[in-house]
Design a protein around this ligand. Sequence first.
Ligand SMILES: NC(=O)c1ccc[n+]([C@@H]2O[C@H](COP(=O)([O-])OP(=O)(O)OC[C@H]3O[C@@H](n4cnc5c(N)ncnc54)[C@H](OP(=O)(O)O)[C@@H]3O)[C@@H](O)[C@H]2O)c1
Length: 385
Amino acid sequence: MNTPMKLTILGATGSIGTSTIDVMLRHPKCFQAYALVAHRNADLMLELVEKVKPEVVVMTDETAYHSLKERLPSNVRLEYGMEAAEAVAAAGEVDMVMAAMVGSAGLPATLAAIHAGKRVGLANKECLVTAGRIFMQAAKESGAEVVPVDSEHAAVHQALAGHDRDSVTRIILTASGGPFRNRDPKTLHNVTVQEAVAHPNWSMGAKISIDSATMMNKALELIEAKWLFDAKAEQLSAIIHPQSIVHAMVEYRDGSVLAQLAMPDMRSPIVYAMQAEPRLESGIPWLELAQTNPLEFQAIDEARFPAMALVKSVLAGEDSLAIALNAANEVANQAFQDGKIGFMDIVATVETVLSKTNNQHVETLEEVWQLDAYARDMAKDVIAL
Ligand SMILES: NC(=O)c1ccc[n+]([C@@H]2O[C@H](COP(=O)([O-])OP(=O)(O)OC[C@H]3O[C@@H](n4cnc5c(N)ncnc54)[C@H](OP(=O)(O)O)[C@@H]3O)[C@@H](O)[C@H]2O)c1
């Protein structure tokens, strides 16, 4: 019998992290937890430890770390901080790392896994948006396999498998349109956080739900696709598909279009990232096309979703623009969650920061962090935080 694959889950307490644990519990002979990593949520971490019995737990928030000290079973090693997260991502025992922290905070530990040549299930798109060139180059050098977890990119991965890359003409990501697809744009300035996080089809963490409402999520995903699939800007596009059944399409030179379909449940791309073949049961409902609503597609209106206009210039430009877009968006998204700015100010802040960012090539991680910090400061100035 094959030995189970050992996993480190970065962002174990989040939406992707807990769905990963759900998949692991369905297949105990295939997967075992080596380490669970999270930030603040000590209570949920304790529940997850009881379920999957990891060898190590890492909390990156000091209070959460101290609150777990007395409560964890004695055979579980508890560690604190980002360096410990990097160590458990790169540990010799680990076969696969699920990279599911939110934001560019996930970059150091995910990169550590890449440098150590691990199989990496990549949910954390911000890693590739900020440091795609460095990340993919490091994977090439170490032999790390990067398997996308984002449902659209997992769909592209499947539609590309076994096909000649030079025959690809277009990669088309679908977007649900989020909660405000049909709302009068004039009323968008006063939407609440609760309205923005109420995604019609997916259950996700707060940041990505708000990114979906602004369409910034699709902007980040187009940049992510550029790096994952070595695609040119003109090969990348997105289309609204409100039912979220078709996750992406790949068009080939002969006019064939291969699409991947599944019910909108992240356990499908998660299980695919953990083990592509043979396929494992994921727990998601079966897709009964005759009983679902008709599948619809429509062009994205850039006046309603200005993030889509912004990403075109970012895709056509140098890496500094993607770093600025991501950093400014993280600051603005959080400011909206904290009630400091309105919904429409999120993309407006990103646009202002981008307009002040030099279009420059980026080669090193030091440059990435400098540009990231610079863009965050600029965004805070714009918002007057
Ligand atoms: N959710 C989805 O359906 C979905 C789909 C596609 C892609 N993604 C991507 O997957 C990533 C995770 O999304 P999510 O929806 O799962 O987010 P989430 O529910 O907000 O969870 C985020 C996780 O990251 C941890 N975390 C946050 N800040 C951290 C820090 N500074 N250091 C260490 N850990 C930190 C959180 O820990 P605590 O909770 O303990 O504080 C939590 O475990 C994002 O990049 C998102 O874009 C998500």
